[in-house]
Write a protein that binds this ligand. Structure first.
Ligand SMILES: [Zn+2]
Length: 382
């Protein structure tokens, strides 16, 4: 039994299964259902956000035997052949790997001939900006006088490299990067359907590492599952990505709250021994401070039931959390100009320590704050 990559296995086959990109789907569905279809569409956006997936579903919508429809049946010959990647009237060209090949030009020149099997002959050209010059000329010629049975679905990560003559003949759709929440949602749905046990932190970390690309996220998920021997454990994911566990970062905040410099240096040493990406550690620190601040100021929006975080929210002053957050993001920014990343990281934390309230003892009042009611002490002269 061969293992099928999650990104492939769970590739959406209908518009309703897509994650995100609602603005694009709405416009395409409207065009399909109203029968007013342009002949060329350009999908732009970063890698792994659904450009070719949308284009394939669109090709199915156009050629479904029960269509054209925004909701292709998925069962007729055309739908099944497109899903299997062997529909004769869907011509997929990956310009990134076919530059300069003469037959791309020939393929496009052939657009004038009627479709063999379907209603429309659909050209799906991925990374279209990389077509060779002669292929571009053929494309342009066809775009200028498109035969009624032809649709062009162009996709690119780099629309700036497209000639204006091509751009101006296409309806453009800009696909957005996915949010970590959207990626988390999809990963959880897949893990549930695959009955793979997972820790929440593991999924959160992977979704953030995906950096807006669902495909990258799912391929990281594949790797992590292999790493964990069939389950998804936070410590494995951290080991795989070279990131540091949330619990360790939370411990840093604990130590800072206690104002314990020696313990802070010990903990930094322990974290450094994993040779982590210090930028990620500071990111994690900033995100934790954000969650603590939410618990302090807008508990209803925080939705946390993490006892340790609640404890920190109670112990820390809201202003200090603000200040530390600023220091975490500034520290991350300054890592590049620090003598070494480790020094930059340590310095950011020492700066936080320098701003810890004078009395960290829980029983004593924290920093003495002049209040409006109390008269300010007179300046000492002397
Ligand atoms: Zn169909």
């Amino acid at each position: 039994m061969s293992y099928q990559a999650l990104a492939r296995k769970w590739r959406p086959r209908r518009f309703t299964e897509l994650v995100g990109q609602e603005h694009v789907v709405r416009a395409l569905a409207h065009a399909l259902d109203s029968g007013r279809l342009h002949h060329a569409f350009l999908f732009t956006g970063t890698r792994g956000v659904g450009k070719t997936t949308i284009a394939r579903i669109f090709a199915k919508s156009l050629n479904c035997e029960k269509g054209p429809t925004s909701n292709p049946c998925g069962e007729c010959g055309a739908c099944r052949e497109i899903d299997a990647g062997r529909f004769v009237d869907l011509l997929e060209i990956d310009a990134a790997s076919n530059t300069g090949i003469d037959n791309v030009r020939e393929l496009i020149d052939n657009a004038q001939y009627a479709p063999t099997r379907g209603r429309h002959k659909v050209y799906l050209i991925d990374e279209v900006h990389m077509l060779s010059k002669s292929a571009f000329n053929a494309l342009l010629k066809t775009l200028e006088e498109p035969p009624p049975h032809v649709k062009f679905l162009l996709a690119t990560t780099d629309p700036q490299k497209l000639p204006v003559t091509v751009l101006s003949r296409c309806i453009k759709f800009n696909l957005k990067r996915l949010t970590p929440e959207q990626i988390v949602g999809q990963m959880r749905a897949i893990l549930g359907a695959e009955t793979i046990a997972f820790e929440d932190e593991a999924v959160d970390v992977l979704a953030r590492a995906a950096d807006g690309s669902l495909r990258d996220g799912l391929s990281l998920l594949d790797q992590a599952i292999a790493h964990g021997g069939g389950k998804l454990v936070a410590s494995d994911v951290h080991a795989m990505l070279g990131t540091v566990e949330r619990a360790k970062v939370q411990r840093l905040i604990d130590i800072l709250a206690a104002g314990d410099g020696a313990a802070l240096l010990d903990e930094i040493e322990r974290i450094a021994s994993f040779a982590p990406d210090f930028a990620q550690v500071l990111d994690e620190l900033a995100s934790l401070l954000h969650r603590i601040q939410l618990l302090q100021l807008v508990p209803a929006a925080a939705g946390e039931d993490d006892a340790a975080l609640l404890g920190l929210a109670g112990r820390l002053e809201a202003e200090d959390v603000q200040l530390w957050y600023q220091m975490a993001v500034a520290g991350r920014r300054d890592l590049a100009i620090a003598p070494t990343p480790r020094v930059g990281f340590e310095m950011a934390l020492l700066r936080m320590l320098a701003f810890v309230p004078m009395s960290a003892d829980a029983a004593a009042p924290t920093r003495a704050r002049p209040s409006a009611q109390e008269p300010k002490p007179a300046p000492v002269r002397g």
